[in-house]
Design a protein around this ligand. Sequence first.
Ligand code: 5CA
Length: 436
Amino acid sequence: MRLSRSFIPTLKETPSEAQIVSHRLMLRAGLVRQTSAGIYAWLPAGWRVLQNIAQIVREEQDAAGAQEVLMPTIQSADLWRQSGRYDGYGQEMLRIKDRHDRDMLYGPTNEEMITEIFRGGVKSYRDLPQNLYHIQWKFRDEVRPRFGVMRGREFLMKDAYSFDLDYAGAVVSYRSMMLAYMRTFQRLGLKAIPMVADTGPIGGDLSHEFIILAETGESGVFYDAGFENIDWLNGNFDYTPSDLERFFTQMTSLYAATDEKHDTAAWATIPEARRREGRGIEVGHIFYFGTKYSEPMNLRVAGPDGTQITPHMGSYGIGVSRLVGGIIEAFHDDAGIKWPDAVAPWKAAILNLRQGDAATGAICEDVYKKLQGNALYDDREERAGAKFADADLMGHPWQIIVGPRGAANGVVELKRRATGERQEVSLDSALSQILG
Ligand code: 5CA
């Protein structure tokens, strides 16, 4: 994309309404625009980031055996009357009436809807286990939407729902999702800590929250250093029941607690060198809730002996749009965002320091073509200083800086945003580092 032709409305001033750094940077870098309280439009750069995150989430859900579907945002209130949650859900639910005066709602989550859909499509124990997920907008009429996309009213969630014949099966599904989550957050460049959690209005008795580390996070976290490097997850575990048990035992044996649940008895038993304290943001939440929805909603399958079995369910959420803010909280400096490679809107920015110059222009066009859609070309008639500042603000992992002196010598300057490191290299070397 050529910056001169792009809709990336960056701001020089710090927007006064934004209290936290990710919100400020999302507005300043032109990623989103608020359209109503807690409701955001995603602009080209922000939308690319959101899609990159969703794609990683999708790939890891698929690898764990979950199947993607797409359910509607608007649901019928009758569904929620069947589960008994319609009245209890309270004012967070956006309730709507259609022209026939029927009660509808904008879904805050989809347990009821998936249970009904699944009910209509399975008959026998042979049809289970299954796990269905979608990546879809949710609406929760939060009392105090704040912190930009971190606590929005409309937000993008990945929600998966598992169906098993019994508790033992549900535990395997639960552990599969936990492994998929650890891999997802690792690919996003994040350190995520699974914490035993309360189940709240979703119900059930086995639940973990995933907290990513960021200095500006809402809650204090205490954790074992073992969570900081989880490369041991890769290649070491398959999605088989025995591997999952090994994984789960290893993962949950590491100490993890939030402020409220911090057990200073248990903490003291961890070797001092392994104790870590930080702050974090909840980006995912997984629940096993047994037959809480399948029972009242009459989801049954025939067992091998003809008796009716009520499937055990779990649900597994990731705050996809919250992650955009969470990642910025984890990766930024005073100059702007430092996108991890995996989610950056473009891998590189090309900065033409002398727009209109034949030599720098030819190099920029050449590298722009070779990067095939992975680069944002700053071809604006702007001072070099403004280009540097905007590239730092937007957070591209690499900057290819093309000035007249380098052009004469056949080199470009390559800057790594995360470290600030700069090298003078040939164009080929720059390309192989960026694409490699
Ligand atoms: N049905 C379950 C799992 S699918 C569920 O709804 N879980 S949840 O309430 O914990 O939400 C899942 C994730 O969505 C949270 O971990 C959080 O990352 C994200 N989320 C929840 N509320 C908001 C919000 N108001 N703004 C942005 N993200 C949110």
